[in-house]
Design a protein around this ligand. Structure first.
Ligand code: SF4
Length: 102
């Protein structure tokens, strides 16, 4: 859970220091989260929410693009996520840490 707090604090702070445009460019160079990443495995992350249907924690309509933790530009495919600092996740993906946007 430490990475949740770190991501929630570090990314907004970096955005403020670098400015939104520079931060967006930095985000573009962040590596994509791999399914083999231990943190991804621990939270059953997948690039395609359609493959999460067999996971009992998944519910109809759940996808990264409508999760509270997703960051970055609306409409972009690969975006940062507060749960996986320093990596980009697929907006069509899903993981078990998903929280619906309010
Ligand atoms: S479901 Fe939410 S927490 Fe999980 S990877 Fe997607 S955006 Fe991040």
């Amino acid at each position: 859970m430490a990475c949740v707090v770190a991501g929630g604090v570090v990314l907004p702070a970096a955005r403020a220091l670098l400015g939104t445009k520079a931060f967006a460019q930095a985000e573009d160079t962040m590596p994509k989260l791999e399914h083999s990443d231990p943190a991804a495995k621990a939270l059953s992350y997948t690039h395609d929410a359609g493959t999460a249907k067999e996971n009992p924690a998944w519910a109809e309509g759940e996808i990264c693009s409508n999760c509270l933790h997703i960051q970055g530009g609306e409409g972009e495919t690969w975006r940062p996520c507060a749960i996986f600092p320093g990596k980009r996740i697929n907006a069509d993906g899903w993981c078990s840490a998903r929280v619906a946007k309010g």
